[in-house]
Write a protein that binds this ligand. Structure first.
Ligand code: IDP
Ligand code: MG
Length: 151
C-alpha cells in the first residue's frame, strides 16, 4: 500500500551535517520525496507536534531541542512508507538502535536522536498537515518506479 509519512531531520542532524545522509538512506530505500523544506519550529508547533508527550519528564527538554535550530521537514512516499521509515530510523534510543539504522549508525543519545518519522498512517496524516500545505506536496513517479514498488 502506498503511504505518505512525515520525516524531520532534527536540529542535531542539521547541525552535524547529516541531513544528506538521512535523505540518501531514504532515497536508496526506494522511497520518493514528495515534499521538502527547512523550517524553524516555534514553541506552538513543537507542542502540537509532540502533544502525545505533554506531561512526560522529557517534554520541556524535547520542546527546547526541537526549537533550537532549523529542521528539514520532509514528506516521503512509497510502499508501507510509515513502517519502512521507522525501520530505517531504528529504535528511539540510539544507544539501543541496531547498527544499519540511522540512529544506530549515527548517534548514542536519546535526547539527540537525529530523526523523526510518523508512527502510524493516522499520525502521518495529522503531522503532514501540521507541516505542509497541499501546494507543497507533489505526486510524481520515477520512470523505473516498478522496479522498486512492483506496481
Ligand atoms: P520516536 O521519535 O522514536 O517516535 P517517541 O517515544 O515518540 O519516539 O518520543 C518522541 C521524541 O521524544 C524522541 O524521538 C526523542 O527525541 C524524545 N524522547 C523520547 N523519550 C525520551 C527520553 O526518555 N529522554 C529524552 N528524550 C526522549
Ligand atoms: Mg513518536
Amino acid at each position: 500500500m502506498t503511504e505518505r509519512t512525515l520525516v524531520l531531520a532534527k536540529p542535531d542532524a542539521v547541525a552535524r551535517g547529516l541531513t544528506g545522509e538521512i535523505i540518501k538512506r531514504l532515497e536508496a530505500r526506494g522511497l520518493r520525496p514528495a515534499g521538502l523544506k527547512m523550517i524553524w519550529i516555534d514553541e506552538e508547533l513543537a507542542k502540537r507536534h509532540y502533544s502525545a508527550h505533554i506531561g512526560k519528564p522529557f517534554f520541556e527538554g524535547l520542546v527546547q531541542y526541537i526549537t533550537s535550530l532549523p529542521v528539514v521537514a520532509m514528506v516521503w512516499e512509497g510502499p508501507s512508507a510509515v513502517s519502512v521509515v521507522r525501520n530505517t530510523m531504528g529504535a528511539t534510543n540510539p544507544a539501543q538502535a541496531q547498527p544499519g539504522t540511522i540512529r544506530g549508525d549515527l548517534g548514542t543519545d536519546i535526547s539527540n536522536n537525529l530523526v523523526h518519522g510518523s508512527d502510524s498512517v493516522e499520525s502521518a496524516e495529522k503531522e503532514i498537515n501540521l507541516f505542509f500545505n497541499e501546494a507543497e506536496i507533489f505526486s510524481w513517479k520515477r520512470p523505473h518506479e516498478s522496479f522498486i514498488t512492483g506496481e
